[in-house]
Design a protein around this ligand. Structure first.
Ligand code: MG
Ligand code: MG
Length: 284
């Protein structure tokens, strides 16, 4: 889920820095979010409804003793599901339901959970069957700009330097970065300071910038439109859609800066890491 609308006027940016132990606890939550995305990925095919994917992710979180973060998020109406599932021209915050996926669609799945009081948040956009080559380029560009951000976080000192290169990367691919929504700090809560835009303005650099220092944990989540950056909210009060009806993609990871560099907390398990359901862990 995404912070929005974009950067607001604040006097100081307060950033909670996390200890290595706290980051290790956040990794446990991130691993469950990664697992939930594998459940979703395996279901993505023509004919499956977005509601069926959401129900499977909810059951996965329950099996792992994790609390879904999105259900009940306040708005004009509380968000009703554990995933935001946004199809085609829907940018973010789509509500899962009876809509079946069709060949040529793209489906953005965004979900998060808390485990032991620590949060993880991640999003992926999948093609459904064969998609047009320009749609595949949109997916590649959006995944690519997230990978670029993670890489740059190793060498840049301030977020503004990462954000301006992200915006340039997207522009160079002929697409546009959504500016109404931004990433966010994450820790005990899903949405914490700082705000983490995927673009940079002079006002951001002056008033809202933050240092990339060990202990920082942020959810970086570029949203990229094929056409105009403009978005509008639908009548359900949640779904954000492109104004021009062209497709939009969204990728997100929860990322910690450590003494050794950036670490993706919502990445696949490395050797020695395990993700086990709560009940099977108790019965062995
Ligand atoms: Mg998210
Ligand atoms: Mg998020």
């Amino acid at each position: 889920m995404v912070f929005g609308p974009g950067p607001v006027e604040v006097d100081i940016v307060v950033v909670n820095l996390r200890s290595p132990r706290e980051i290790a606890l956040m990794r446990r939550a991130g691993l469950v979010v990664w697992g939930a995305h594998q459940v979703a990925r395996e279901m993505v095919r023509p004919g499956v409804t977005t509601g069926e994917i959401d129900a499977a992710v909810e059951a996965f979180f329950l099996r792992h003793g994790a609390i879904p973060l999105f259900k009940g998020v306040p708005g004009k109406v509380p968000f009703p599901a554990v995933c935001c599932i946004s199809v085609n021209d829907e940018v973010v915050h789509g509500i899962p339901g009876p809509r079946p996926l069709r060949p040529g669609d793209i489906v953005s799945i965004d979900t998060g959970c808390s485990l032991g009081g620590w949060c993880g948040d991640s999003a992926v956009t999948h093609p459904v069957g064969e998609v047009d080559s320009d749609v595949q380029r949109l997916l590649d560009c959006t995944a690519g700009v997230l990978a670029l951000a993670i890489e740059l976080m190793a060498s840049r000192n301030r977020w503004s330097d990462v954000a301006s290169e992200m915006a340039k990367y997207v522009r160079d691919h002929g697409f546009s970065v959504v500016e109404n929504f931004v990433g966010h700090g994450i820790g005990r809560n899903m949405h914490e300071d700082p705000q983490v835009p995927n673009f940079c303005t002079p006002a951001f650099r002056k008033n809202h910038d933050f240092e990339l220092e060990p202990g920082l944990v942020v959810a970086v989540e570029p949203m990229v439109n094929m056409g105009s950056k403009k978005v509008r909210v639908l009548a359900d009060h949640w779904t954000q859609s492109t104004v021009d009806g062209r497709f939009s993609a969204h990728f997100e990871h929860t990322i910690a800066i450590t003494e050794g560099g950036p670490v993706v907390l919502t990445s696949p398990p490395s050797p020695g890491e395990r993700l086990e359901p709560v009940d099977s862990a108790e019965s062995t």
